[in-house]
Ligand binder design. Sequence first.
Ligand code: SF4
Length: 126
Amino acid sequence: MAEIAIIRCEKNLEKCPLKSCLKSLVNKKEAFSQYSHVSPAGVFVCRCPGDNVVELARKLKSKGAEVIHFTTCTFATKTSNGWCAEEGGFCERIDDIMRSVHKKADIPCVKGTAHLPQGYVPVVLG
Ligand code: SF4
């Protein structure tokens, strides 16, 4: 059983209720397809410039999270041809943020949740 938490971006907070991310998690699809059993461990919001994220990750870990996924919208954009990573997403710092969380909160991190861009293989730290 993998206890999975999600960290999302504040820039999308009032436009997206996280439906696709949560559906992908519970159905073990998209970036969650490698898990045989999943259990949701919570959702937190990153706020610019991301200085709060390590502390959020530590809290998620203290509540049982074993891995943290960062939402696809942090690094990809929805286009007429589907989600595209080449154009970037909401966060220019997502790679640094993920590295920092992985190192300082000592928890595996995965870049991606739902609607992965075509051909994209989720980056895993840990
Ligand atoms: S630091 Fe990145 S992920 Fe965090 S709120 Fe800002 S743009 Fe969004």
